[in-house]
Design a protein around this ligand. Structure first.
Ligand code: SF4
Length: 399
């Protein structure tokens, strides 16, 4: 009975709200609208001359939306595609440049991945909407943070106790300590509200411990193959690492390096950056079309931290089963340094010219997919011949 009453009520509400050819439900009476969109739909549907006249005003949402939709398929870049009026926006554009700014490697990479995203994030301060239900499961970035925290604490302890490098015989006691650190970090994560209930962390606990134990074994193998380098410094912060971009201009990088290994037989230093995701490098790749700058910047940072040493390389260490414990090295060469400068100069040049196009070739993990909407790849393709994109397109040719 109750069910039938509920259905009848819903049908009556539907009738009241109406479903029209305008594409979404709205009430017949504009006064019953729940929001501005429903009200406008009701006014248009009423057919009363002039009822929806405000929608035709030049600055109305509808007029701007239609202009944006038309412009999005235009073969040239427009104001709707991240083209900013340089003369009218000098001060905001200065903040979007790299020159004269303090930046992180990830911020510069974000700019290189998509200039439009750089504009949305740093120019318009848009942020992803936080979904509270995500707290029921652990996200990749949380797993990465937990992994880094445990690895850092373990290696820092071992360094303080003079137990680096460790060997095969040390693995059993290290495993016990690792278990304690994993438990402590997960407890802290749950206490700080990282997840709804600590009981949900069981699978993460197993994976975290397993990945880290395998990493320790991998480190023993690595030390046997390359005994010279010994882990020496952890979570080392750097700042004011200047990269010159153009005459008299530079960008200043700051950040934190997971680990620095020092050679016991030469004066070299090596950067290690832990990764907990998939290894995604093709042979010969180094900059991935300008998108990957972090290792080249870390080579610069290592030199600033150890000015009396030569930098051998910076290495992404994919230190989990997912990453198969693979390594991707970036040698500290003049050629790598030159390419880094070229990429940064090109990005800075885009900001100077007020050109922040949605290039739509790195959208997979972007928080702004709803902003750019469907068919963004097709629209970007139509605009790819715009001459203002020429320098940026050359970046994509860098392997
Ligand atoms: S969805 Fe794609 S095109 Fe849009 S801002 Fe993100 S990366 Fe750029």
């Amino acid at each position: 009975m109750g069910q039938h009453s509920g259905r009848r009520l819903a049908v009556e509400e539907d009738n009241q709200r109406g479903v029209t050819a305008l594409g979404r439900p709205h009430p017949e009476d504009p006064a019953l609208a729940l929001d501005r969109i429903e009200r406008d739909l009701a006014l248009v549907a009423s057919g009363t001359t002039g009822a929806a006249r405000h929608l035709a005003q030049p600055d109305s949402f509808l007029v701007r939306s239609l202009a944006q939709e038309r412009a999005s398929w235009d073969p040239t870049l427009t104001a709707w595609d991240g083209i900013v009026d340089v003369a009218a926006s000098a001060e905001p554009l200065a903040r979007l440049r790299l020159a004269g700014q303090r930046s992180s490697a990830s911020a510069a990479q974000g700019f290189a991945e998509c200039p439009y995203r750089h504009l949305l994030q740093r120019g318009l301060n848009l942020r992803a909407w936080e979904e509270p239900e995500r707290a029921y499961q652990i996200e990749g970035k949380d797993f990465g943070s937990l992994y880094h925290a445990v690895a850092h604490r373990l290696f820092a302890e071992l360094a303080e106790e003079g137990r680096l490098p460790f060997g095969e015989a040390d693995l059993a006691p290290l495993s016990d300590r690792l278990g304690e650190l994993v438990d402590e970090e997960l407890d802290r994560f749950a206490t700080e509200g990282g997840i709804m209930s600590a009981a949900l962390l069981g699978p993460v606990r197993v994976r975290l411990r397993s990945d880290l134990e395998e990493m320790l074994k991998d480190q023993v193998d690595q030390a046997a193959n390359d005994p010279s380098f010994v882990p020496a410094s952890f979570e080392r912060e750097f700042e004011e690492v200047e990269v010159t971009i153009g005459a008299g201009a530079s960008v200043s990088f700051r950040g934190k390096i997971d680990r620095l290994d020092l050679s016991q037989t030469t004066d070299q230093v090596r950067v290690i950056d832990y990764k907990t995701g998939k290894y995604f490098w093709a042979k010969e790749e180094q900059f991935k079309g300008g998108r990957e700058l972090q290792l080249a910047i870390y080579n610069r940072a290592a030199k600033a931290l150890f000015p009396d040493r030569d930098v051998a390389e910076a290495v992404y260490y994919y230190a989990t089963a997912t990453g198969e414990y693979k390594r991707k090295a970036c040698p500290a060469t003049a050629e790598v340094d030159g390419t880094l400068t070229t990429v940064l100069e090109t990005l800075d040049g885009l900001a100077v010219a007020g050109v922040f196009p949605p290039v739509a070739d790195s959208c997979r993990f972007c928080d702004f997919q709803a902003v750019c909407g469907p068919f963004r790849e097709s629209r970007a393709q139509r605009k790819s011949g715009d001459p203002r994109l020429a320098a940026f397109k050359r970046l994509r040719e860098i392997p």
